[in-house]
Design a protein. Structure first.
Length: 272
């Protein structure tokens, strides 16, 4: 393996971006709670649903398709287009299905449209905090590497796993203030996007005529994650984040104007 070293600046940037990703959903939740006085239940259910569907249920299948020693995994891993397409579809199917099931069961009596946004804060907020805390795991790895014990981290790993580990080290060891800010911007875009998708799926559950919004959310989610593939063909990180900004804002505008505003709460069976 190459000799990697994390500068003080890189380590500070990793730590600050991690803190920002953790605080972002907390601040959003506080502002939303103060302004709307919405119940906390949908936020909690959103967080739990993300953990269950995006981590507990999705990761075993993702392992089989990406890391397991089988022909399908090898083919997917060797083709960037297929790699990100499968990843996007996995995220779309599991996360949007989780949303659908949550709105259909645990939140079935919560018919007010604010429920969609509250759920999104929990769903996207948990993801942001999960990634934020993982930044501190990376920071601990950086400390081990700087102390010259990188071999302890790679012992027992396969050649492919070591290659993936090196790729991640290359990214994080060269992190700058700009890339740290861009990573936080990406989390902001993700939370905006999750809000739009939650509105789509909430309407699909509560309006039979709009059931098509559920598969639409899956495809939109898959497309959001698939965009990353273009970085493998020279797309700069800044350009990628700009695409995320425009895409997430466009989805939110569409969701708000054509789905959220037109939802008739008076006709819903709301139990107070």
């Amino acid at each position: 393996m190459e000799n990697y070293y994390f500068s003080d600046l890189s380590m500070y940037c990793i730590a600050i971006s991690g803190i920002a990703m953790i605080l972002l959903p907390v601040l959003v939740f506080i502002v939303w709670k103060v302004k709307t006085h919405s119940p906390v239940k949908p936020v909690i259910i959103g967080a739990v649903t993300f953990f269950l569907f995006a981590i507990v249920l999705k990761l075993p299948l993702a392992y089989l398709l990406y890391q397991d020693n089988n022909s399908a995994a090898q083919q997917i891993s060797s083709n960037p287009w297929l790699y990100y397409l499968v990843g996007g579809l996995l995220a779309g199917v599991f996360e949007e299905s989780g949303r659908f099931i949550a709105f259909k069961t645990l939140l079935k009596i919560n018919k007010k449209k604010n429920t969609a946004i509250s759920y999104a804060i929990g769903h996207g907020g948990f993801e942001s905090m999960y990634i934020g805390f993982s930044m501190f795991s990376i920071l601990s790895v950086a400390i081990v590497i700087n102390s010259g014990h990188i071999s302890e981290l790679t012992s027992g790993l396969s050649t492919d796993q070591i290659a993936l580990f090196e790729d991640q080290l290359s990214q994080y060891s060269s992190i700058t203030v700009i890339t740290a800010l861009l990573s936080v911007l990406e989390r902001c875009c993700a939370m905006i996007f999750h809000t739009a998708m939650s509105i789509f799926v909430f309407r699909a559950v509560n309006d039979k005529k709009k059931l098509w919004l559920y598969p639409t959310a899956i495809l939109c989610h898959a497309a959001f994650d698939f965009i990353i593939v273009f970085t493998k063909f020279g797309l700069p990180l800044t350009a990628l984040e700009l695409i995320f900004v425009f895409y997430s804002l466009a989805m939110l505008i569409i969701a708000y104007r054509h789905v959220y505003k037109s939802y008739n709460t008076e006709s819903a069976d709301i139990k107070k």
